[in-house]
Design a protein around this ligand. Structure first.
Ligand code: 3HC
Length: 295
């Protein structure tokens, strides 16, 4: 698949990342099919895109006409065949579990045209292992966006052991067409570049609170105002999703070793369904104003 031939992008998963990626692709002028397993999930993703586009229009970052046109380019679907049957590129953003992703690829392989490229938005899992459940591992790579996709500039383009240079070039060009800055990750390694750095940082922030070294406010004040992060470390964990961070850590712990041992405080947040912004509560209560980090 040449970059110039790409017209239709299918996004699998309408959650935090999936709906954001669909929004970015539609804003860049592509026809988008956004698919999830339940009507309620796709509707929720669609509503979130509508909210975000209207917010961007309110802030004059788009005209209302551009926002409406982008929304019109998005079809929200549950049927897999309808979602991927004419897709030139499929960007998969389903939950961060190896088995779930493998099942999705096995299913999608049967309905996608032979020249369709597969790109996974996995945060950490092995691109090579995922590609090997398909019959097109050379047409498979990582395309990792950051949360929120419509605001974050970087996209990691990750090579698997079988990925062809043509696939990497095309996906990089697509990322640029999306208005993003791609960085090529030359080796398939857990967490790639950003999450290898950022997820342990968020975990260490949890350990500091867990071990009573500092309060949430002290950790976030220091990371935001003194270390120069755009958000406090625990506020960022809420933004990313505490469940997403935990899944990445568990995988890094399993594959890279002890240093990545997940903090029990993070595990407890996930156990209690306090997943962060998306559930209204995490380290902060978002129904009550969210993070108000003292200087
Ligand atoms: N669409 C439209 N508007 C949005 C939005 C979205 N998706 N998300 C937030 N906004 C709006 C808010 O509602 C708020 O609106 P308001 O001003 O009317 O209340 C406004 O944007 C907030 O934006 P500000 O301009 O005040 O804030 P900033 O310019 O500081 O930017 C930010 C917000 C871009 C999120 C910034 O805080 C940031 O860069 N945070 C760090 C995010 C980050 O590092 N993400 C990567 C995490 S790692 C990851 O995702 C990988 C994964 O695999 C784990």
């Amino acid at each position: 698949m040449d970059f110039e031939d790409i017209e239709t992008v299918a996004v699998l998963g309408a959650g935090n990342m999936g709906h954001g990626i669909a929004e970015v692709a539609a804003l860049a002028g592509y026809e988008v099919r956004m698919r999830d397993i339940k009507e309620e999930f796709v509707q929720n993703g669609y509503d979130n895109i509508e909210w975000s586009l209207n917010k961007l229009a309110e802030k004059d970052q788009l005209t209302q006409g551009e926002a409406d046109d982008a929304l019109d380019r998005i079809e929200a679907l549950v049927d897999v065949e309808a979602a991927v049957g004419d897709a030139d590129v499929i960007i998969e953003a389903v939950p961060e579990k190896m088995d779930i992703k493998k099942d999705v690829y096995t299913d999608v392989e049967q309905h996608a045209p032979a020249d369709t490229l597969f790109a996974t938005n996995t945060s950490s899992l092995s691109i090579t292992e995922l590609s090997e459940v398909t019959e097109r591992p050379e047409q498979f790579c990582g395309m990792h966006f950051f949360n929120p996709p419509v605001r974050m500039q970087l996209v990691e383009v990750i090579t698997g052991a079988h990925t062809s240079d043509e696939t990497l070039d095309t996906i990089e060009q697509l990322a640029e067409e999306f208005g993003k800055t791609p960085v090529r990750v030359r080796k398939d390694s857990p967490g790639f570049i950003v999450n290898r750095i950022l997820v342990p940082l968020m975990n260490e922030a949890c350990w500091l609170v867990h071990d009573d070294v500092a309060t949430i406010a002290e950790v976030d004040s220091t990371t935001k105002f003194d270390m120069g992060l755009p958000m406090g470390a625990l506020e960022l964990s809420d933004q990313v999703g505490n469940d997403v961070g935990l899944h990445v850590l568990e995988y890094m712990h399993e594959t890279l070793g002890e240093a990545y041992d997940p903090c029990p405080l993070l595990e407890a947040k996930v156990e209690d369904e306090k997943l962060g912004k998306k559930t209204g509560e995490g380290f902060y209560d978002y129904d009550d104003g969210g993070a108000d980090i003292p200087r």
